[in-house]
Design a binder for this molecule. Structure first.
Ligand SMILES: [Zn+2]
Ligand SMILES: [Zn+2]
Length: 194
């Protein structure tokens, strides 16, 4: 909550007159998905922030926390996350645009934390949709988003077994594994019983 509050008061202030007008910093403003550069210094389009914003398209409807997603239109990885070369050169260090957005608009990502999308849109870079969470918390959240186990069983109340780490496990699969284990034990007798 603390970090999210900071995002709202730090670079991303909504204008009352237009919900899609967002002030990004002293240098940039986004107005109905167009980037407006506010001072000459910021016209240096080689700056990482300017190159980042060139690839952002702002959605037309609020999706989370009363704000639309900032869709990354640049390269994407097969897993749906964007890819962003911070200093623009080929072969340069790659990062994710949402991680860049977090660090640029909110602050450093604490050691051992991952940046989670509250809007569940992996291509989104809206700082108001991003939250730094521990690896473990992120695992619990990803698990909680799944409606079915990887074998297709529904995670309903009867079929859900809660593990000590907070993630859910499929009872049908646990039962099948237990059966297979017992079967295995009965068909492969241990040496001293035969
Ligand atoms: Zn979003
Ligand atoms: Zn299952």
């Amino acid at each position: 909550m603390g970090l999210y509050r900071k995002a709202l008061t730090f670079g991303v202030n909504k204008m009352e007159t237009n919900p899609y007008q967002t002030i990004l910093s002293d240098d940039y403003r986004i107005n109905s998905d167009k980037l407006i550069v506010r001072n000459d210094k910021a016209k240096d389009i080689t700056s990482p922030a300017a190159r980042f914003l060139e690839k952002i398209r702002i959605g037309s409807i609020p999706t989370c926390n009363d704000e639309p997603c900032w869709e990354w239109t640049g390269c994407r990885q097969p897993n749906g996350y964007g890819q962003f070369r911070i200093d623009g050169r080929r072969g340069a260090k790659k990062s994710s645009p949402h991680r860049f957005a977090y660090e640029h608009y909110i602050g450093p990502i604490p050691e051992g934390y991952e940046v989670d999308h509250q809007c569940k849109n992996r291509a989104c870079c809206n700082p108001a949709h991003l939250e730094a969470v521990t690896v473990q918390e992120n695992r619990v959240r990803r698990n909680a988003d799944q409606t079915h186990c990887k074998h297709g069983h529904l995670f309903d109340e009867a079929n859900t077994y809660l593990l000590p780490d907070g993630t859910r496990s499929c009872r049908a699969c646990r039962a099948r594994r237990a059966r297979a284990f017992r079967q295995h034990q009965s068909v492969v007798p241990s040496r001293d019983t035969t």
